[in-house]
Design a protein around this ligand. Structure first.
Ligand SMILES: [Zn+2]
Ligand SMILES: [Zn+2]
Length: 366
């Protein structure tokens, strides 16, 4: 097949296709990367089921990715002002188009809610070019922020974190995890595992992880979780709440981070939280329905601080990557990559992710 090969998701629930595209050239201020790796995550499964609104199918999936700079459209610099060189191995902030002019950007200062915001591999159409990571090459639009991988960080170290790295970081920042806190993480996928790591780095005295399947809980213990609870074994929500209370002098955790995607986790998480504790909801990325809460008991009387957490900003990616470079010996991010797949096996990667047979699946176009 001549040209540049890329995996296309033509529409929800349709088989993936390997298509050929013309070789891209960078626009002024943009760049073209030869792709080295791109993640497969829960978002891609949601995309394939059509669970996200406003997706311009056909798309080339793959948001958080790594590549080698093939060509730049003029001089580019990283955030420290150092030049971006051809041949350099980089990642990039997968969001672009945040306008800086709208109500969300200027008044609410909520850039991740800017209506102009676009995300590579999610809200970019294959009809507009190579704008997803499951491809041999990718076009970085003018203004997309390029981050060279720090010294000593290899592609798979970073891909083991994937989008869970800045998302978990953002959730921990939002929770204001303090020295000596007991933190409960609901969900043992990549976001939950990264929340565990960053809560530990933020000074949590201990972190408890509730999730499934066993291999992900094993990963949580290897990353330093004090204890884990398998929701497949403990299927009674009340027993799960008791499990936390037994480990927190009957008071509940200082911080609970929801990274499960199950709406039912909310009520449970609030019951696991101590009075005046902090609860961050980061796992409800798609609309999976509603749950009953008791406003008196769960919110008002508990004096709770409740936070949503949508996406991440450049600052989260940049600082999370610095911490990964500093602590990669202590936390084995790379070990979270269970399997690598060539482009032609993207459908298998998606399937393995859907049935949670892998912690992190990575597409290796080369
Ligand atoms: Zn805006
Ligand atoms: Zn992702």
């Amino acid at each position: 097949m001549p040209g540049v090969r890329a995996v296309v998701m033509p529409a929800p629930r349709q088989p993936l296709e390997l298509r050929s595209f013309a070789e891209p050239r960078p626009e002024p201020g943009g760049a073209v990367l030869e792709m080295l790796a791109s993640e497969v995550c829960g978002t891609d499964v949601h995309l394939h089921h059509g669970r996200l609104a406003g997706v311009p199918y056909p798309i080339i999936p793959g948001h958080v990715s790594c590549g080698r700079v093939l060509e730049t459209g003029g001089a580019l610099t990283d955030v420290f002002g150092a030049p971006i060189r051809t041949g350099q191995v980089v990642t990039f902030y997968d969001v672009y188009g945040i306008c800086g002019r709208c109500w969300h950007c200027l008044v609410a200062k909520a850039g991740t809610r800017c209506p102009e915001r676009k995300v590579y591999g999610i809200t970019t159409s294959a009809e507009d070019g190579l704008l997803g990571g499951w491809s041999e090459q990718i076009e970085l639009k003018p203004g997309v922020r390029v981050l060279p991988l720090p010294e000593g960080v290899e592609v798979l170290d970073f891909m083991g974190g994937g989008c869970g790295l800045p998302t978990g970081f953002h959730a921990v920042e939002r929770a204001r995890v303090a020295l000596g806190d007991c933190v409960v993480v609901q969900g043992s996928g990549p976001v939950g595992l990264n929340a565990l790591i960053f809560a530990t780095l933020a000074g949590a005295e201990r972190v408890l992880v509730i999730g499934a399947p066993a291999a992900r809980l094993e990963a949580a213990r290897l990353l330093g979780a004090e204890d884990t609870l398998d929701i497949q074994a403990a299927s009674d929500p009340e027993a799960r709440v008791r499990w936390v209370l037994e480990r927190t002098n009957g008071r509940g955790a200082d911080v609970v981070i929801e990274a499960s995607g199950n709406p039912g986790a909310l009520r449970e998480g609030l019951e696991m939280l101590r009075d005046a504790g902090r609860y961050v909801v980061v796992g409800q990325y798609t609309d999976a329905g509603e749950v009953p809460l008791n406003p008196h008991r769960h919110l008002n009387r508990k004096h709770v601080e409740l936070f949503g957490c949508w996406g991440f900003e450049f600052t989260h990616l940049q600082r999370a990557l610095q911490l990964l470079a500093r602590h990669k010996r202590r936390f084995d991010w790379r070990g979270l990559v269970t399997r690598e797949y060539p482009l032609a096996q993207a459908a298998a990667a998606l399937q393995d992710m859907e049935r949670l047979a892998v912690v992190k699946a990575v597409i290796r176009p080369r």
